[in-house]
Design a protein around this ligand. Structure first.
Ligand code: PLP
Length: 373
């Protein structure tokens, strides 16, 4: 059997049709979109057509889409520019955010005097909305930004962004969300989500690496954090990654076009894997059902010597999975699992995509059964 790739929350395989759409912009159509000659104009056309496509798919205006190098940069841009340009003094977030948010917030706390409040988590790591409400009420006089990820990349937990957005509106707070794990996996409608900023990354939905976007609601008044040429209306200087931008829009278009079929298929795989784990009394972490991303399963394995080598043994047996949180001592363990009060060392994340099959999940189940029987 060829290798079984179950680390799709880390990155996905680029779709051949996406690569095909990108190729001309890495070969014959190599112009710089800022150039005024024909080569430049053709590149500009590709960038702006892609922007329009992305805006249509996410229900916003093309002028509100800013292309970046990925999720990490989008989160940095949103948070750092909000502090610099909007005068944010308080950030409300959670301890289970991706490091691209968590470390940025910590850096703003250490270097810019920002006060950070962490919202409480419930035992399954879902956000305690009552506590969020209390926090925002207590900060009503301050200039606050709320940043909560739409889906947690380790556990899959989903946050109700509409509810968060309504609270933000009620208390006059700014609202950013790291939607890196959900763009391309759900039919997101920016108007309904009530976000003012939202980050995405193409390599999480079968697009290329090194290209992402930040949605910034029009009129917000954000300037960039990188100085240079005035690309992306001065918000993100640097020559545009034309092929990447074309790949982003193509991958998003494809992902949303085939969304229902892929979602049904991946949900079936997820449920099968959960059944395997449950039959072996291996607990699954995080929220379940519709409150969890359908691509991710996070399990806590028995914390003994078998667990120390499980991830490596799976790799040797041809299966790629991950811990953010490798199932071995020696790394720092998962800050996400730690935040919900569990040992951060003995969990593994399996994350699936449309390319996985039932046979692959069966093979994983067989191996785990042999290991822990
Ligand atoms: N945010 C989340 C939730 C992620 O899962 C990731 C990638 O692992 C990122 C941000 C960073 O995105 P990128 O790899 O495009 O920088």
């Amino acid at each position: 059997m060829s290798r079984i790739y179950l680390d799709n929350a880390a990155t996905t395989a680029i779709d051949p049709e996406v690569l095909e759409a990108m190729m001309p912009y890495m070969t014959s159509l190599y112009g710089n979109p800022s150039s005024t000659h024909e080569e430049g104009r053709l590149a500009r056309l590709a960038v702006e057509t892609s922007r329009q496509k992305v805006a249509r798919l996410l229900n916003c205006h093309p002028s509100e889409i800013y292309f970046t190098s990925g999720g990490t940069e989008s989160n940095n841009l949103a948070l750092r520019a909000a502090v610099k340009d909007l005068g944010i003094t308080h950030i409300v977030t959670s301890k289970i955010e991706h490091h691209a948010v968590l470390k940025t917030v910590q850096s703003l706390q250490a270097n810019n005097g920002i006060t950070v409040n962490y919202v409480n988590l419930k035992p399954d790591a879902s956000i305690d909305m009552k506590h969020l409400n209390q926090l925002l009420r207590s900060l009503a006089e301050k200039n606050v930004m709320v940043t909560l990820m739409h889906a947690n990349n380790e556990l899959g937990n989903l946050v109700d962004l509409e509810e968060v957005g309504e609270m933000c509106n009620a208390y006059g707070c700014y609202h950013h969300s790291d939607t890196v794990q959900t763009v391309g996996h759900y039919q997101l409608d920016i108007q309904r989500l009530k976000v003012q900023m939202m980050s995405a990354s193409a390599h999480k939905f079968h697009g290329p690496k090194g290209i992402g976007m930040l949605y910034i609601k029009s009129g917000l008044g954000l300037n960039g954090i990188i100085t240079g040429g005035g690309q992306e209306k001065g918000v993100r200087a640097g020559t545009e990654n034309v092929a990447g931008i074309v790949g982003f829009s193509k991958a998003l278009e494809m992902a949303l076009f085939r969304l229902e079929t892929d979602r049904a298929h991946i949900t079936k795989l997820k449920n099968r894997l959960i059944d395997f784990l449950t039959s072996l009394k291996i607990p699954v972490n995080g929220a379940l059902g519709d409150k969890s991303l359908y691509t991710v399963v996070n399990a806590s394995f028995p914390n003994d010597s078998r667990c120390e080598t499980l991830l490596m043994d799976l790799d040797i047996a041809g299966i790629a999975a991950s811990g953010g949180s490798a199932c071995s001592a020696g790394n720092g363990g998962s800050h996400v699992i730690e935040a919900i009060g569990k040992s951060p060392f003995n969990n593994i994340r399996f994350s699936m995509s449309r390319n996985n099959t039932v046979d692959e999940i069966n093979e994983l189940g067989r191996l785990i059964r042999t290991y822990f029987a």
